[in-house]
Design a protein around this ligand. Structure first.
Ligand code: PEP
Length: 256
């Protein structure tokens, strides 16, 4: 399957910086072997979308609201994202869960609404440091996956489930400079795949991309992308500079 290399800009880059970065990426990505995605803030989606229109860079959003329309001040619907040319949307990022109190039910509603509007949700899951230290990290992530996929399956929608991307993002590794060791990421990705196989069956489970996020940078990208269960990366800080994101996009493959 084609890997997904995604940049989550979070609340960073001003308009000029965003334009400069996109122009450089456009040139360097013309022969990219993978799906390359950038997720600017809502207010720059239109501009960035126009700039990448004739390139093979894909446009993503960092969040959305699950309702179709109405009195939800400050929120943005799936259809509004589609109107801007957005193809992917990050759902349940740990910063949304922790700072904005999004729980599994809210994340489920966002994933479901995204699928109904033909957006590809990037569902973020991951454990915090205490959960890792207490050795309950596999269970934590399994529960997060089960909560969402069992509901989607319940609604007889397993084909849609196959389009979801899962981002395993250990919270202790986000923005901290610490990243999961390739063997730890391998174990978690294998566990996620097995959980999915139980819920949606092997065909759909095996078509779901499971990507890794957490302090991905030019120094660790080659090791991570050579782990057999890692189908791409979600990159925060290192996606903000052309040099580092470009090096990540051009990771070296050593595995046959
Ligand atoms: C993220 O924002 O999803 C992320 C993984 O951030 P960073 O790469 O900076 O750790």
């Amino acid at each position: 399957m084609k890997a997904l290399i995604a940049g989550n800009w979070k609340m960073n880059l001003n308009l000029n910086e965003a334009i400069e970065l996109v122009e450089k990426l456009k040139n360097s990505c013309s022969n990219a072997r993978d799906d390359i995605l950038i997720c600017p803030s809502f207010v720059y989606l239109q501009k960035v979308g126009e700039l990448i229109k004739d390139s093979n860079i894909l446009l993503g959003a960092q969040n959305m609201y699950f309702e179709k329309k109405g009195a939800f001040t400050g929120e943005v619907s799936a259809q509004m994202l589609v109107d801007m040319g957005v193809k992917y949307v990050i759902c349940g990022h740990s910063e949304r869960r922790n700072i904005f109190n999004e729980n599994d039910e809210i994340v489920y509603k966002k994933v479901f609404s995204a699928l109904q509007n033909d957006l590809i949700p990037i569902l973020c899951v991951g454990e915090n440091l205490t959960e890792r230290e207490n050795n309950v990290y596999l269970e934590k992530v399994r529960n997060q996956i089960e909560y969402i996929f069992k509901k989607i399956n319940f609604e007889n929608n397993s084909e849609s489930a196959g389009r979801i991307v899962i981002a395993y993002e250990p919270i202790w590794a986000i923005g901290t400079g610490k990243n999961a060791l390739p063997k730890d990421a391998f174990l978690m990705h294998k566990t996620i795949r097995a959980t999915l196989q139980e819920i949606v069956g092997s065909v759909f489970a095996n078509s779901i991309r499971i990507i890794y996020g957490g302090s991905v940078n030019p120094e660790n990208i080659d090791d991570l992308m050579n782990v057999s269960q890692i189908d791409g990366v979600l990159v925060g800080g290192a996606s903000l500079s052309f040099e580092s994101f470009n090096r990540i996009i051009n990771y070296k493959v050593t595995q046959c």
